[in-house]
Ligand binder design. Sequence first.
Ligand code: ZN
Length: 205
Amino acid sequence: MEGLERAFAKMSPQDRVSRMKIFHLQLPTRSLLKRRGEVDNSQCLRCCRKPETFQHLFTCTNRLSQVAHRTALAQFRQKLRKSRTHILLIEAISAFLDQVHKRQKVEYVAPLLGDADKIRMTEQVFTQQLHLGKFSLHRGIITRNWMVLQNEFQHNDSRQKNLMWLRNLIRALWTYSYDVWVSRCKQVHTKNPDDLVSMNHEELK
Ligand SMILES: [Zn+2]
């Protein structure tokens, strides 16, 4: 939960609402709409194979879903580079977002990216993150030890800079999830506009 207050601070009301929905698992997916009694079934409108939950937004096998996911992930990595995130952390966090649901044990960093100590430390933090849940990062829930690692590897020097880095990371995670959601809404809307009748415009934001 570290850094959450900072991440929410000074955010536009519109952004705050959408990020809150991501954090609290309140995006109006088909599963949520079904629970509210607004639609009859929760099936994903893109792959038509599984219920559309928050988790499914990131694992849908529909081709366009996957393209949108790749694009959001690439933009996320770009943001991490801009905030001077160490390469090992970029790889580890990206792999968590991209692969954590696919395997029991994620092989997330190539050994060439760092020395053995750094890789081992990154693995430990990765495991801690996993204890917070497989989709914790997608919601912006992170262990503060990412910040400790970043400081260890990249030497931000001041506490203020470290906290700023952490805030940027959480915001980048939310933007990533939000981008995936917006793509989903555009795709679903194009495919079958009638299915969006019950979803008011505000909820798409
Ligand atoms: Zn799907």
